[in-house]
Ligand binder design. Structure first.
Ligand SMILES: CC(C)(COP(=O)(O)OP(=O)(O)OC[C@H]1O[C@@H](n2cnc3c(N)ncnc32)[C@H](O)[C@@H]1OP(=O)(O)O)[C@@H](O)C(=O)NCCC(=O)NCCS
Length: 166
């Protein structure tokens, strides 16, 4: 399996091509903070640059960028952060698409990439917590599990394999 095979193919959208990348080591945490603040992502409202740095050190940051024709880089339009203990559980965090690019498949591409990302290793479940977006996740196999004030969702690796997602 080559790295190119694992990264989602660029996604054509009415606004242009969206390219995906693992930017864990080269994204500026200030850009992430500006993006999440601009998108009013409530759970990151108090997050500091120092915290972003620590999160980048302990997890993987998968991004989507609108790529201007013939150039590299481009505006950040989506992100998903991935964490794993490499033995039992992996977790999706910070799944966000910019408001003007929603409904085009960006988050779906990022989530599916996270679910097959080799860095995760040999785990038994993927989990996530969500307050508003629970109906988005059953399409990948996630189902609600008990939780006090948020819906805790997880999908077994066997189910991902059944769906061809891993
Ligand atoms: C949830 C979110 C990441 C989806 O991003 P996206 O790039 O628009 O998603 P995609 O284009 O891949 O998929 C769109 C599908 O998801 C559905 N969807 C999008 N947001 C949803 C939500 N909050 N609840 C349920 N379904 C949702 C759309 O209705 C659409 O369904 P369809 O394919 O049946 O038409 C985006 O709406 C977002 O950033 N929301 C604000 C932040 C947030 O709540 N993130 C989730 C944290 S757990």
């Amino acid at each position: 399996m080559t790295r190119d095979f694992l990264v989602p193919e660029p996604l054509p959208t009415p606004q242009g091509l969206v390219a995906f990348a693992d930017e864990t080591w080269n994204i500026d945490p200030r850009e992430l903070q500006i993006f999440f603040q601009a998108e009013d992502v409530y759970w990151t409202a108090e997050r500091t640059i120092a915290q972003w740095r620590r999160l980048l050190a302990g997890s993987r940051m998968l991004t989507a960028r609108l790529v201007p024709e013939g150039t590299m880089g481009g505006r950040l339009v989506g992100a998903t952060r991935l964490w794993s203990d490499h033995a039992y559980e992996a977790k999706l965090y910070d799944v966000v698409t910019s408001r003007d690019m929603m409904g085009l498949g960006i988050a779906s591409a990022l989530v599916q990439w996270a679910l097959r990302h080799p860095w995760v290793g040999d785990v038994q479940h993927f989990v996530l917590d969500t307050r508003d977006a629970a109906p988005f996740y059953p399409r990948f196999g996630f189902q609600p599990a008990a939780g006090p004030d948020a819906v805790h969702m997880r999908v077994a690796v066997g189910e991902l394999q059944r769906r061809g997602l891993r």
